[in-house]
Design a protein around this ligand. Structure first.
Ligand code: NAD
Length: 510
């Protein structure tokens, strides 16, 4: 396999590595003259520069995908499935390499990066089942001598615009089902960690995917706007923050495209008084601080109901204090740095605003962050948080866990349902009846019962409610097949020409 030009270099005398586009099956150096820094968040050093696409480069990527579409959609479903098995095999063999790229540019610890690849691979495995997924329906003799059947056909060129926090998995949510359904694809990865996309592009080529079927366009807002306005892009899948998701949805649909835009979150984990405190604390710490809180399904708020609050806060604090924060490539690290210094400082600012607005700072991650220039913040815990505080109102997207204390289940439920976001939520209890009521009542797209991060398995679909999703269809699973295809219904008759006659009446079925 060709070496991807993404190796970080250190030392003052060397040029910075350049991260290019991938168009029509090869690396294409950017010529816009615009680029952005890609950091190693564990050291704070600029490891590479990523090209930012120009209008011409956007056109070239879409043109390559458009040219590849007729042959790809005509490729038999069996052949596409065969190719997907090979893609699955290669990704599996290279799990470790992909994970190392993720750690280098995103900062997440290696074991967590391996988990990301594993969850993405599940979607590729689901896509291997495309022959079954694209099976239509057939009614023989729907009317006398008439058969009716439904088929699903690909849309054409699909664009995927992805966030920094899952540089391998979220693109797989998109290109897996999109390509399996017969579309061609232009991926615009996050400019903060763009290398995994190129590595995967090389693997797809090695697996035998025809040139032009999968393209990577590096860039910023210019690339996004170019794709949203491009007449040859049929649909856009977006995952990222709520303001940009809303923008992408509105701009894309105004341009006549099918758009799904998955957005931000503020996930509440309710702990009832009958819950097992140790288990709930383990879950809150794992889901609150895993990947340094930079997960859209991270638990951001623990809602402690009644007398469980004191022992729960103590148990969370005891566990959180023991988390080892450090370079993600160091096997002893359990939590890595944040994505940039700017983001780290913004996350840390919620400790100050929380304290000013009346919360109790139980753990201040600035005091426990490793030394050096890496973008580190240690685990942080705020107690006595209330819904008016900034720490509650904003999606912090970092290792700051808030505890809100309430007296009843109903108050806890009101918090979940009145929150503008509705991605995931969880309840911890031993009472099956209350848990089932919560499943019925909760206004969120994904609900966990004694499960803190209820990311659905690949044969269900992933998506939130309210300000966590713009559009109708969720990502991966059965809804992705609907998103990446259009339905067509064929009504067919093979009459004897001798029986043919003109009839202006509305066709009747009997
Ligand atoms: P982001 O919205 O800043 O960026 C996402 C993508 O949009 C990137 O490719 C970026 O280049 C592009 N972009 C950024 N600003 C833009 C602009 N002004 N105009 C056009 N395009 C623009 O998000 P992020 O910081 O990379 O990712 C974190 C966010 O993503 C969090 O809010 C998190 O909750 C969310 N997220 C949601 C899900 C989900 O499934 N709901 C999954 C992962 C992440």
């Amino acid at each position: 396999m060709t070496e991807v030009a993404t190796a970080p270099r250190t030392g003052d005398t060397q040029d910075t590595a350049r991260i290019n586009h991938w168009i029509d099956g090869r690396l294409v150096p950017g010529e816009s003259g615009r680029s952005g820094p890609v950091y190693n968040p564990a050291t704070g050093e600029v490891a590479a520069e990523v090209d930012f696409a120009s209008a011409e480069e956007i056109d070239a990527a879409v043109a390559a995908a458009k040219a590849a579409f007729p042959a790809w959609r005509a490729t038999s479903i069996s052949r596409r499935a065969e190719l997907f098995f090979r893609i699955r095999q290669l990704l599996d063999e290279h799990r470790d390499d992909i994970a190392r790229i993720l750690t280098r540019e995103h900062g997440k610890v290696h074991s967590d990066a391996l988990g990301e690849v594993a969850r993405g691979l599940e979607v590729i495995e689901y896509s291997c089942g495309i022959p079954t997924l694209l099976k239509g329906e057939f009614s023989e003799q729907a009317s006398t001598g008439i058969d009716v059947y439904s088929i699903r056909q690909p849309l054409g060129v699909v664009a995927g615009i992805t966030p920094f926090n899952f540089p391998a998995m979220v693109p797989m949510w998109m290109w897996g089902p999109a390509l399996a359904c017969g579309n061609t694809f232009v991926l615009k990865p996050s400019e903060k960690d763009p290398s995994a996309a190129l590595y995967v592009a090389e693997l797809l080529k090695e697996a035998g995917l025809p040139d032009g079927v999968f393209n990577v366009l590096q860039g910023d807002k210019v690339a996004v706007d170019g794709l949203l306005g491009h007449p040859d892009v049929a649909a856009v899948s977006f995952v990222g923050s709520t303001p940009i998701a809303k923008y992408v949805y509105e701009k894309g649909t105004q341009a006549g495209k099918r758009v799904q835009a998955l957005a931000g979150a503020k996930n509440h984990m309710i702990v009832l008084p009958d819950a097992d405190v140790s288990m709930a604390a383990d879950a809150a710490v794992s889901a609150g601080y895993g990947s340094a809180g930079e997960r859209c399904m991270a638990v951001s708020v623990v809602v402690a109901v009644g007398e469980v609050a004191d022992p729960l806060v103590e148990a969370i604090s005891e566990r959180a204090k023991k988390i080892t924060v450090g370079d993600g490539s160091d096997a002893s690290s359990e939590m890595g740095p944040l994505i940039t210094g700017v983001h780290r400082d913004k996350v840390a600012s919620y400790l100050d605003s929380g304290a000013e607005q009346g919360a109790k700072v139980v753990l201040d991650g600035r005091e426990s962050a490793p030394e050096g220039n890496g973008f580190f913040l240690g685990v942080s815990l705020l107690d006595d948080v209330t819904p008016e505080m900034d720490a509650y109102r904003d999606e912090i997207f970092g290792p700051v866990l808030s505890v809100v204390r309430v007296d009843t289940y109903d108050e806890a439920l009101t918090l979940v349902n009145e929150n503008p976001w509705g991605n995931g939520t969880a309840i911890f209890t031993r009472d099956g009846g209350v848990a089932r009521q919560f499943q019925f009542d909760a206004q969120a797209g994904m609900v966990g019962i004694n499960v803190p991060i209820p990311v659905p398995v690949a044969w269900f679909s992933f998506g939130g409610w309210k300000a966590s999703l713009f559009g109708d269809l969720h990502a991966y699973g059965p809804e992705s097949v609907n998103f990446y295809t259009r339905g067509k219904v064929v009504t067919s008759r093979w009459p004897d020409p001798a029986t043919s006659k003109v009839n202006l009446g509305f066709p009747q079925t009997r």
